[in-house]
Design a binder for this molecule. Sequence first.
Ligand code: ADP
Length: 611
Amino acid sequence: MTFSIRWKVTIGTLLVLICGLLIARTLAIRSLEQEEITRSGQILETRTGLVAYGLQPFLTQSGTLASTPQLQTAVRDLGARAFARVTVVALDGLVLADSAVSDNNLSTVENHLARPEIQQAVATGRGTDLRTSHTTGERTLYLAVGIGNANRTKPSGFLRLGLPMTTFDHEVAKLHRNLALAFGIAFLVAVALSVWLARSITKPLSDIAIAARRLANGDHTVRIRTGSRDEVGLLADTLNQMTDQLRGKIDELSEDRAQLLAMLTSMVEGVMVLDCRGRVLQVNPALERMFDVSRMDARGHHCSEVFRHPQLDTLVSTVLTNRVNEEDEILLQPIGRCLHIEASVTACDRENEACAVLVFHDITELRRLENIRKDFVANVSHELRTPLTSIKGYIEALLDGAKDDPGTSTKFLEIILKQSDRLNLILEDLLQLSKIESGQILFKREPLQVQRVIERTLAMIKPLADKKGHRLLSFVARDLPAVLGDEDRLMQVLSNLLDNAVKYTPGNGTITVAAHPVADDLERPTIVTALELSVTDTGLGIPEQDRPRVFERFYRVDKARSREMGGTGLGLAIVKHIVEGLGGRVWVEANAPTGSRFVVRLPVQHINQPA
Ligand code: ADP
């Protein structure tokens, strides 16, 4: 059974009080009794002397005493005068006279030789004892002395006076009652006081305990108010200070944690923290996305179980075993993502503590751009080398003697001119592309007359189309939205597309230019959001797998054919860059039953609407 402090204090205080009261009572009564015995002893001493004197006449010549009625009468008389019981005992213990016994019963009185006071008187001539009398049944203080003739050394009997302690005992009993009453009152006062005291001590303590429990449950706003200025108040103040500091530290830590979490969450790079055994302690959302794993599944498991990538496992084990920073590149199959991993070790090597941090950079796009750049350099070199080789070859042929033949030299020089034009064309296109990319070409934002752009471009391309016997058609919707844009650039786009359509459509084809408004906002289907321009031909068409790539630089579906037609392989790349520069997009679809359809979609930017 457990007691609260309040009960412990109360019971403890009361026990101490009871013990104190009992001890005080015992000591008081004992000392009172001692005093009474001493005082009664002195009285007895005096009275015994007087009674002994009163008995002198009863001593015979030989100094002995005889049990006579006169002696008994005198003893009773002396006993009454001395307010004491007077007993005369012979040397052999026989009671010769006793003031407390009637004459008739005297012979029946027990031999007194064995009485302690008589025994002491036999030995020393004087004896005292305090006990309850066999004869009277009262507590009595006895004093026994030897009596006899003064000229004889040995006593001839004993005189014993018994002073009943009845009055004293009554006094003591009264004292007991008074003390009990006083103790009872004191006890009640003490109970009330100790309960109050215990409460005044334990109340603040229980307040502190309640506050500590709330603190432990995470309530850091708790304040302890005791109102006392003693040790408990000091403890409460200290706890309040501790709570404040704790709250400050927790706030600081929470803030740090939130910042860290925000950093980890917003990072594009994947982050993984491992302990010294290679178990995952933490992964950030970017890493979850990269490997399609969830943080809950990953945490606590070994890295190799979660990611199942042998190259990553090797990197992790090297880092953890050798305690060195490492980096590596891994390829994620089948999605084909390329990740660069930087693994750094920390100073800690205890279990469940961060031991290594791995940062995953997704370099797929970087690698793709690198490859494009490499391809581009290779393509440019190749594209430039072809006409240059041809020019060089014909010049060498001319120098070798062909110049002397006017017919041949004219033909060769024409080829050289054609190849230099081609070279020039490639360089111009490249220059234009690089200008668009580097932002050197600024797109105007003027109200576009789409109808006029189409008409002018068609007029430009007509001679070429006529040469191949193509039919040129145009369908322009009446309700075209007014948009802002760069007319010259839009004409360049259209002319490139029309040029291609003419080129890649065998003779007598049909080429159609169309323009119409588009409402592609599903929530507001009546609102025009874009303008769509399309160039459709009935030509060769583009195989499906080549369609997304025709907008890459130098990409051609049929290289030989394209070159033969005088294409640089940069036309559609320029189209794509311009359209994107105007904020739109371009794509190619198949035209049924044959041919291609290039679509340019430009967002509607109303005249008074900011860009
Ligand atoms: P090129 O100068 O070779 O025409 P482009 O960038 O204009 O270069 O076109 C890239 C390639 O796309 C062409 O080589 C051709 O194979 C294909 N192409 C473009 N337009 C058409 C079209 N209208 N019909 C069929 N193929 C086309």
